[in-house]
Design a protein around this ligand. Structure first.
Ligand code: G3H
Ligand code: ZN
Length: 307
């Protein structure tokens, strides 16, 4: 069945050294475009809902809606909760039919993170749902803070105590537009990945904050009325280095969202006498398909992995 959890997908990704793209969607139409593009690219894909986007879309119905629009889809895809902040919210996604969840208790002290995560793992695994958790914190802006980077020994202990299926590591990326300071040379702490891989070979890791925010994309965003002055994303060459070790899932939110808004603004600007909504939405959807296709076709990504 195309709608699946991440167990088998991670095994294949780790074994063959590639990463699966995880895209932050907000609407059913976005899901449809991502699925169609991934089908074209013979690529597995992860549809990722934040708690906010789930609320926007219609909690309780998302799995059924997806099953309805994916009748012709043959590639495996995953319905995933991104950054689940509470036990209640994560459990309600599992009850609804999400096939993968992230419990993000990374802001709590270690023992509390373990307790919360373990409770979710027990609930999820009994229902065939895979669980991602975080140690270290991608959301901290200051890399000098003591709990920014993931400690590899602590990570392995955390994985063993909680029974999670994948771990989000903090190795230098960050959410949003400014992943690095203006004068900072972008680097990733690959040594952390290597150490975890040495201690726990075969275990899949997840990289959040992986948008590249290319100059061209930023210029096009601003050309049609955007006002983002500064951005510093992460080069895909660096991501590839992480994928070659043990990163199997790469989270893309900012690039995907910017692509959508660029398309929307472009259509609004160029069709100021029109008022049929789809005139504008078609352009926005085209842009996110381009974004997904571009990412999936990078070397060490997921295009043509489904035979
Ligand atoms: O959970 C979502 C991602 O970590 C978003 O990262 O801002 O680099 O796209 P991004
Ligand atoms: Zn994230």
């Amino acid at each position: 069945m195309p709608l699946t959890n991440l167990n088998e997908l991670f095994k294949d990704a780790y074994k063959n050294g590639y990463a699966i793209g995880c895209f932050n969607v907000d609407t059913l139409k976005m899901c449809q475009e991502v699925l169609l593009e991934s089908e074209k690219n013979h690529s597995p894909v992860i549809l990722s809902f934040s708690e906010g986007s789930r609320e926007f879309m219609h909690p309780g119905n998302i799995k059924d809606l997806l099953l309805n629009i994916s009748k012709d889809i043959t590639i495996p895809f995953v319905l995933h909760l991104d950054h689940g902040r509470s036990i209640e919210s994560v459990k309600s996604c599992i009850d609804e039919g999400f096939t993968s969840v992230m419990i993000d208790a990374s802001k709590y002290p270690l023992e509390e993170n373990i307790r919360i995560t373990k409770e979710i793992v027990e609930y999820a695994h009994a229902r065939n749902v895979t669980v991602e958790a975080e140690l270290g914190s991608v959301e901290i802006k200051d890399k000098n803070e003591s709990n920014f980077y993931t400690d590899p020994y602590q990570a392995v202990d955390f994985i063993k105590k909680t029974g999670i299926d994948s771990l989000v590591v903090s190795i230098g990326t960050g959410h949003g537009l400014m992943k690095f300071k203006e004068n900072e040379t972008p680097t990733l702490r690959l040594d952390i990945l290597r150490k975890i891989d040495e201690l726990l070979p075969g275990f899949p890791l997840v990289l959040h904050g992986s948008s590249s925010i290319d100059e061209n994309a930023l210029n096009e965003f601003n050309k049609y009325g955007g006002t983002i002055k500064k951005a510093k994303g992460i080069d895909v060459k660096l991501i590839n280095e992480a994928v070659k070790i043990n990163v199997c899932k790469v989270n893309i939110g900012t690039d995907f969202r910017m692509a959508y808004i660029t398309g929307l603004r472009k259509a609004l600007t160029e069709n100021s006498d029109k008022f049929t909504p789809r005139t504008f939405l078609v352009e926005a959807n085209k842009k996110i398909r381009e974004c997904v296709g571009y990412k999936e076709n990078f070397e060490f990504f997921s295009a043509n992995r489904i035979k």
